[in-house]
Ligand binder design. Structure first.
Ligand code: FE2
Length: 443
């Protein structure tokens, strides 16, 4: 029988003993003197301390709480802490029990201090899990074990998450052109998740075009692809074939907006082919999605760039989305539509450079013919429209690296690093926790 299974009946027995064992009605006479000790215990906050292993991944934890026992009924007691169980609601559930067998004498209306000695391995460590602590005990005569299960929320240190790679481009196709195959060969040798920032095929997104043009090139990475639609995907049939071909990679059919977790990052895929301004269902979904995300870093992908120095220029209808993402601290936006590569400095929705702004990449370099330069936009840091290739984002804890990788035979590259921004409103600190133990002596 587990410690928890053993504890609950004993708690009930303790309460029954303390109350006399029956359900007598309220009496005007004063209650008799207490026949049982009553011991409470409080714990210092943050009772878990991580013990980092050489790889930096904290998998061992030490219960370092200093406990204070306090007797309140005026009867001296001796509490023996028999076991300490630390368990987690992580999936699958995990627990670890250790024996202590330490006796603590608590004087009448007195206090006694005790430091939990437990160290345990947390193979299923999950920063989002709730951690709790159970203590069982016996009285001074070694009988009537009567201690309540005690629970405490513990602050589990965040566990470092492995880096993730998000690599891709927009504006691809494949039929009759060599470049989509060349960019697909870049994907062949880059592990990670592939994104398609719209216009997977041309001139219109028919099933025949997806299967015979996109399919033999970028389609060989469909199993690891996140896709959003572009105007050419929607051109002939409103995206029907796009959703049919990409399946779960494109999110809910007809909606096309979806989000994912990739390493330590939140990835948002938006559909700029349907209403997306403030008040639209997609905008409200985005507000809820960003509000529910606990990731420190977020990247968003859609087709039409709010800012572009290419011949298609700015897509002002994405300004509301940018404003919302700025508010929630989104870090990186990746678009296509203009067939070129452009990198912007972090900025707000009105094109003003901002330390907490969003960095935008236009990567319409998947293989379809490249475009001319248009009006140069503010905060444009790099502009290149002679090179096909893919953008590789390495998503790390709190930061990211970017690299534009050209197809074999071309030489333009762009690489750098960024730090994730902190949104204006951040979560508060966890509250202190307390343990409560009731101990009763036979009277
Ligand atoms: Fe487009």
């Amino acid at each position: 029988m587990s410690a928890r299974a053993l504890v609950l009946p004993l708690v009930l027995a303790a309460f029954v003993a303390a109350c006399g064992g029956d359900q007598t009605p309220a009496s005007p006479t004063p209650p008799p003197p207490a026949s049982s000790a009553a011991v409470t215990v409080s714990a210092a906050p943050n009772p878990l301390a991580a013990i980092a292993d050489p790889s930096g991944v904290a998998e061992r934890y030490r219960v370092s709480a200093n406990l204070t026992f306090r007797e309140t009924a005026g009867i001296a007691a001796t509490v023996t802490v028999l076991t300490v169980t630390v368990w987690s609601t992580a999936s699958p559930p995990w627990s670890s029990t250790s024996s202590t067998n330490v006796s603590i004498a608590v004087g009448a209306k007195g206090t006694a201090a005790y430091t939990l000695p437990t160290t345990f391995d947390a193979a299923a460590a999950d920063p989002a899990a709730r951690w709790q602590l159970d203590v069982t005990a016996a009285d001074a005569e070694g009988k009537a074990v009567s201690i309540a299960p005690v629970q405490v929320m513990m602050a589990v240190p965040p566990r470092p998450v492995a880096d993730a790679v998000l690599v891709g481009a927009g504006d691809v196709d494949g039929c009759g052109r060599a470049e989509p195959e060349y960019t697909a060969r870049l994907l062949d040798r880059i592990p990670g998740t592939v994104f398609v920032a719209g216009d997977a095929t041309y001139p219109s997104g028919t099933m025949a075009s997806y299967t015979s043009c996109y399919g033999p090139t970028w389609g060989r990475h469909l199993w690891r692809t996140f896709a959003v639609p572009g105007n050419h995907d929607y051109q002939s049939d409103g995206g029907a074939a796009f959703y049919q071909y990409f399946g779960t990679a494109a999110g809910p059919p007809g909606l096309g907006y979806h989000s994912h977790t990739l390493g330590a990052w939140h990835v948002v895929m938006l559909n700029s082919e349907i209403p997306v301004k403030a008040g639209s269902p997609q905008y409200e979904w985005l507000r809820q999605d960003l509000g529910a995300s606990t990731a420190a870093c977020t990247v968003a992908v859609w087709h039409h760039p709010l800012f572009s120095s290419g011949q298609n220029g700015n897509s002002a209808f994405m300004r509301d989305v940018w404003n919302l993402m700025f508010q929630y601290g989104v870090d990186v936006v990746v678009n296509g539509h203009d067939h070129l590569y452009e990198r912007f400095a972090p900025q707000d929705a009105n094109g003003r450079a901002h330390a907490r702004g969003i960095r935008e990449f236009v990567v319409g370099t998947g293989g379809y013919p490249l475009y001319n330069r248009g009006q140069t936009q503010a905060n444009s840091e790099v502009f290149e429209n002679k090179t096909y290739g893919v953008l590789k984002l390495t998503l790390k804890s709190g930061k990211y690296d970017w690299e534009f990788i050209p197809i074999d035979g071309q030489t333009f590259r762009d690489a750098g690093s960024g730090t994730c921004v902190t949104p204006a409103a951040s979560a508060g600190a966890p509250q202190p926790d307390h343990l409560t133990i009731l101990a009763a002596r036979g009277g």
